[in-house]
Design a binder for this molecule. Structure first.
Ligand code: NAI
Length: 453
């Protein structure tokens, strides 16, 4: 009998198991693939490993000349990059395994399925064995959405259509790549393969890339990548896929893009099928498990954290949800605040944001205004980003000047955005920024300029 069974060993699952183990709960994790889940094995970490090689290559391949550093004969060895990525993943997955041992968490590598209620809790089956637990945390994550667009699933089976999983293990750089969906995965992969030498075309249904990103920033990012040779086809809905061809509808007309490989990056869906939710009556909405802000499901004793609840599909949201779930199980007061979760697109330049955009604030009826500072106001940014364009925007309440959102483009905004999240968390007003001392010279100190805009 376990105190807790965690179904799924990704960021939500392993973080919850660590915390539960540290609190003395007898904990079992059931994982069908590898600890670390999508984030570590086929998402966040592998893609960042590739993108770092692309950044180094870009410097060697001409960009360095802007800094007086030139190189000849630079080449990107894609097989080496993928190999290094595998080593990084192996090290990190090993680290999670070690953490499980440290916190005395048991791990079963098998597909787990909830099989029903027992006198004292729930029963879960894995590898032909039944395990009983008092509490259950469902953390089965998400998988690439592959809708029934004619030819898409067949293409995936034949290997010319890829998802985030297959593209990270490609054994060569394709001559051309058509990316369906100009969201986070599409842009990050386009960024790597563009630097690596592929001709990239992005087909996006909306009139802008990067989903809910601030409109001006998404246009700046698009312009940057257009200069690098990426072709964007916006307002273009993919309706059919053939080997080497993506067919889309734009303004009522059918057009197509030819490409050696096709990346399908049009979103993700929660993994809720075939895990036995119906055996205990866990409620779902649009395919994801319904949870409250303590990660409780409709079934007492059953929690769900991470992508499986589809609240915000980000690994760092999953970590925090896992902590909230464990604290709630232990009777401690804790809950999620989804308004202050930063998000980053790891293109080069990076894009980072937290809180409301001007558009989202207006939609909520908030009387908001924008403060906008060019990143070039930061001496450090200018020193390190020759010819680089960047911007830092604050969305503030018009009357109180309380910060409602911060949006940035420019390196290294992925590292800066957490201080903006903290400002939102502390409910700072613009005038409060004057009392904060930012280290000089840093790119982040540009935020202090909001006061003077
Ligand atoms: P996404 O939701 O970010 O973007 C999908 C895009 O595909 C949307 O812009 C949508 O308009 C477009 N689309 C949908 N159907 C289409 C069609 N038929 N034709 C053309 N365009 C179409 O999804 P993505 O990029 O697959 O990422 C999935 C998840 O992974 C996201 O929730 C994201 O948060 C997470 N992720 C986060 C990363 C990060 O934090 N840096 C990195 C990678 C993934």
């Amino acid at each position: 009998m376990y105190d807790l069974i965690v179904l799924g060993g990704g960021p939500a699952g392993y973080r919850a198991a660590e915390r539960a183990g540290a609190e003395g709960m007898k904990t079992l994790v059931i994982e069908k693939r590898a600890l670390g889940g999508v984030c570590l094995n086929e998402g966040c970490i592998p893609s960042k490993t590739l993108l770092n090689s692309a950044k180094i290559y870009d410097y060697a391949n001409g960009y360095g000349e802007k800094y007086g550093v030139s190189t000849t004969g630079a080449k990107l060895d894609h097989a080496f990059v993928v190999n290094r990525k595998n080593k990084v993943v192996k090290t990190l997955v090993g680290g999670i395994g070690a953490a499980m041992k440290k916190y005395k968490v048991e791990v079963v590598y098998a597909e787990g399925k909830i099989s029903g209620r027992t006198a004292n809790g729930f029963s879960v089956e894995a590898d032909g064995k039944a395990y009983e637990t008092a509490k259950l945390l469902i953390a089965t994550g998400s998988e690439a959405l592959v809708p029934p667009i004619p030819g898409l699933r067949e293409g995936l089976a034949a290997g010319h259509v890829l998802t985030n999983r297959e593209i990270l293990d490609l054994d060569h750089v394709p001559e051309s790549l058509c990316v369906i969906g100009g969201g986070v995965i599409g842009l990050e992969m386009a960024s790597y393969f563009c630097s690596a030498g592929s001709h990239i075309e992005i087909v996006e249904m909306m009139d802008k890339i990067a989903g809910p990103t601030d409109r001006e920033i998404s246009a700046m990012l698009q312009k940057h990548y257009e200069k690098k040779g990426i072709v964007f086809r916006l307002g273009a809905k993919v309706v059919e896929v053939k080997p080497g061809e993506v067919i889309y509808e734009k303004d009522g007309k059918r057009e197509s893009v030819k490409a050696e490989k096709i990346l399908c990056s049009i979103g993700r869906r929660a993994v809720t099928a075939n895990i036995g939710l119906e055996s205990i009556g866990v409620a779902c909405e649009r395919g994801a498990i319904l949870t409250d802000d303590q990660m409780k499901t409709n079934v007492p004793g059953v929690f769900a954290a991470g992508d499986v609840n589809a609240r915000i599909m980000l690994a760092h949201t999953a970590y925090r949800e896992a902590e909230v779930a464990i604290n709630t199980m232990l009777g401690r007061k804790d809950s999620m605040n989804y308004n202050e979760i930063p998000s980053v697109i790891y293109t080069n330049p990076e894009v980072a944001s937290v809180g409301e955009t001007l558009d989202s604030a207006k939609k909520k009826g908030i009387d908001a205004e924008e403060r906008k500072i060019p990143m070039a106001y930061s001496g450090r940014f200018l020193a390190e980003n020759e010819g680089g364009e960047g911007v830092c925007k604050a969305v503030v309440d018009k009357k109180s000047h309380k910060l409602l959102g911060v949006h940035m483009m420019g390196n290294p905004c992925s590292e800066i955005i957490v201080s903006a999240a903290l400002m939102l968390n502390r409910e700072l007003r613009l005038a409060d920024l004057e009392r904060l001392v930012f280290p000089h010279p840093t790119v982040g100190e540009v935020m202090r300029e909001f006061i003077f805009d």
